[in-house]
Write a protein that binds this ligand. Structure first.
Ligand code: AMP
Ligand code: MG
Length: 483
C-alpha cells in the first residue's frame, strides 16, 4: 500500500492537468532504491508489483496523476509553455522526519504538454539519471533522487530505436522558476500567490511578514549553496534553463550533465550548448540570471508599490554573488584541508586551481593526492600534472597556511578525504553502464557503479579501477539531452 497525499492537485486547476500513465508492454524492475523507499514509508512488495507500480501500469488508489504546467527560458529565450511532457506526479509522501516529497514517473506517456514528443524515455538517459542523481546525493549535493527504474519492453524511436524505460524521481518540490514564469506570463497573480504559499509550506519555510520575500531569500541562498556544491565536485549541469532551476535548491534534470576530468573552467559537454553558456565557470552567473527571472515573477507579490518591490528584490538579488562566494570559499577551503577559510585564502585556492588548469590535472584525483602531500612531496600528485612546476611555489604556501591552523597532518588528511571524493560518476563509466544495458541487456555494470558511488569518499580496493580518468579512446566529449 502506498498512501499518497495530493496537495499539488489542490493548487488552482490551471496549474496542472490530470493524466493517467499509459501502460507499458512488459514492465521489468531494473533498479529499486530500497533505503529511500523505506524512508518514504513504502512497504515491501513483490518485484512484479513494484514493476507495475513504477512502470505506470498500476496506479495506486491514493494517487492522482497529473502533469505540471511550467514555462521557461531555454538558453536565454522565453518559451511560455513547456510543462511535464513526459512526466507525471503521482502524489506526495512524507519521510520519517515528516518532510514531504513528490513522487514522479518520468517516461510514462504523453500529456497535454508533450508538443509532439512521445512522452517516453529511453533506457540510457534513465540509467544515467539514476546513477548520477544517487551519486550526487552520496556526495552531499542537494538533488532529486531516483526511486526506481523500470524497463518497458517497448522501443522508443530516437535517432535509432532504443529500449524504453520509466524513471521514478523523488523531489522535495518540482516547482521551478519556470513554474512561476508560466503564470506571470499569463497575468495570473492569484496562482502565483497560491504557488508561493504552497512552496513555502512544502519546504517547511516560515512565510514571515512577506511570503514572496521569504521565498526569494530561500531561492537565493539555496541556489548559491547548490552551485558552490556543484563546483566543488566538478559538476557541470549543462542545461541551466529556468525550467531546470528548482525552488527547493535541488539539482534537477540530469540530461546533458557531466563531471569534468581535467580541470578547465570553460569545460562544456552538452551537444546543444554551442556558445558555452552553461560552462563550468559560468554556472554562478547563470544561477544569478535565473534568480533575476524569478524576481520578475514575484514583483507584484512583494509590494503594490512597484519601486518598493523592485528595491527589496534587488537588494536580495545583489546579495547572490557574496553568498555564492562564501559557500564556494567554505567548500574549496575544506577541500584544501582548512578548518576555516577566509577571504585571504581565495588567492591560495585560485593559485591551486590555476596550477590544475595549467597542468591539465584531473580535478578529482589532484585533491585526493594532495592529502598525501601535507608533509612531504607526493610523486602521485606530481605525476598527475603535465607540468607540475607551479607546485614548487604553491605547496610551501599551502603548508604554511595549514600550520597556522595547527591541526595535525593526520587530522588534515582525514578531513580532506572526507570532502574530496575518491571516485565520481565519470562520463565514460556512465556510458559503459548504458552500453552494457542497452546493447547486451547486462545491468551488472550499472549495479556495480551504483555500489561504488554510494560511498564515494571511501577508498576501496574493490573499486580501484573506477578512480582514474578515461584513456584517450574512452573519452566522452559530448553529452546529449535526455530526450
Ligand atoms: P528537458 O529537456 O527534459 O528539460 O525537457 C524540456 C521540455 O520538453 C519539457 O517540457 C519536457 O516535458 C519536454 N520533453 C522532453 N522529452 C520529451 C518527450 N520524449 N516527450 C514529450 N515531451 C518531452
Ligand atoms: Mg527539464
Amino acid at each position: 500500500m502506498i498512501e499518497f497525499d495530493r496537495r499539488y492537485a489542490r493548487l488552482p486547476a490551471n496549474a496542472w492537468v490530470a493524466q493517467d500513465p499509459v501502460p507499458v508492454q512488459a514492465p521489468e524492475l531494473r533498479a529499486f532504491n530500497r533505503p529511500l523507499a523505506t524512508d518514504l514509508g513504502i512497504d515491501e512488495q513483490r518485484r512484479g508489483t513494484l514493476a507495475e507500480l513504477f512502470g505506470g501500469n498500476r496506479v495506486p488508489a491514493s494517487a492522482r496523476p497529473l502533469a505540471m504546467a511550467y514555462a521557461g527560458h531555454q538558453f536565454g529565450h522565453f518559451v511560455p509553455q513547456l510543462g511535464d511532457g513526459r512526466a507525471l506526479l503521482l502524489g506526495e509522501l512524507a519521510d520519517r522526519l515528516g518532510r514531504w516529497y513528490e513522487v514522479q514517473l518520468k517516461g510514462s506517456g504523453p500529456t497535454r504538454y508533450s508538443r509532439g514528443g512521445d512522452g517516453r524515455a529511453a533506457l540510457g538517459p534513465v540509467l544515467r539519471e539514476y546513477l548520477v542523481s544517487e551519486a550526487m546525493h552520496a556526495l552531499g549535493v542537494p538533488t532529486t533522487r531516483a526511486l526506481a527504474a523500470v524497463t518497458t519492453g517497448e522501443f522508443v524511436q530516437r535517432e535509432q530505436p532504443r529500449p524504453g524505460a520509466v524513471l521514478t524521481r523523488v523531489a522535495r518540490s518540482h516547482v521551478r522558476v519556470g513554474t512561476f514564469q508560466y503564470f506571470t506570463a499569463r497575468g495570473d497573480r492569484e496562482t502565483v500567490e497560491a504557488l508561493i504559499d504552497f512552496v513555502l509550506d512544502r519546504l517547511d519555510l516560515e512565510p514571515g511578514p512577506n511570503p514572496a520575500l521569504a521565498l526569494f531569500d530561500h531561492a537565493v541562498e539555496s541556489q548559491a549553496a547548490l552551485v558552490a556544491a556543484w563546483m566543488g565536485v566538478g559538476f557541470i549541469h549543462g542545461v541551466m534553463n529556468t525550467d531546470n532551476c528548482a525552488l527547493s535548491g535541488e539539482t534537477i534534470d540530469y540530461g546533458p550533465c557531466a563531471f569534468m576530468d581535467e580541470f578547465d573552467p570553460q569545460q562544456v559537454f552538452s551537444s546543444i550548448d554551442r556558445h558555452g553558456r552553461y560552462a563550468y565557470g559560468n554556472q554562478p552567473m547563470i544561477a544569478n540570471w535565473n534568480l533575476a527571472r524569478l524576481a520578475e515573477c514575484l514583483l507584484p507579490q512583494v509590494d503594490d508599490d512597484e519601486a518598493a518591490a523592485l528595491s527589496e528584490l534587488n537588494r536580495r538579488l545583489e546579495a547572490f554573488p557574496g553568498r555564492f562566494e562564501r559557500h564556494w570559499r567554505a567548500r574549496f577551503g575544506a577541500k584544501l584541508g582548512l578548518v576555516e577559510a577566509n577571504a585571504d585564502d581565495d588567492a591560495l585556492i585560485h593559485a591551486w586551481l590555476d596550477a590544475l588548469h595549467a597542468g591539465r590535472a584531473d580535478f578529482t584525483l589532484a585533491f585526493r593526492h594532495l592529502a598525501d602531500a601535507i608533509e612531504d612531496d607526493s610523486a602521485d600528485l606530481r605525476a598527475g600534472f603535465d607540468d607540475a612546476g607551479a607546485l614548487d611555489d604553491w605547496l610551501p604556501r599551502w603548508r604554511t597556511r595549514l600550520a597556522e591552523e595547527g591541526r595535525s597532518p593526520a587530522a588534515v588528511r582525514k578531513a580532506m578525504n572526507a570532502v574530496n571524493p575518491d571516485r565520481i560518476p565519470r562520463n565514460h563509466l556512465v556510458e559503459r553502464a548504458i552500453r552494457a544495458a542497452e546493447d547486451e541487456g547486462d545491468f551488472g555494470v550499472f549495479e556495480r557503479l551504483q555500489a561504488a558511488w554510494a560511498k564515494p569518499f571511501e577508498a576501496d580496493d574493490e573499486f580501484a579501477d573506477l578512480r582514474d580518468p578515461p584513456e584517450d579512446h574512452e573519452r566522452v566529449l559530448q553529452t546529449f539531452c535526455g530526450t
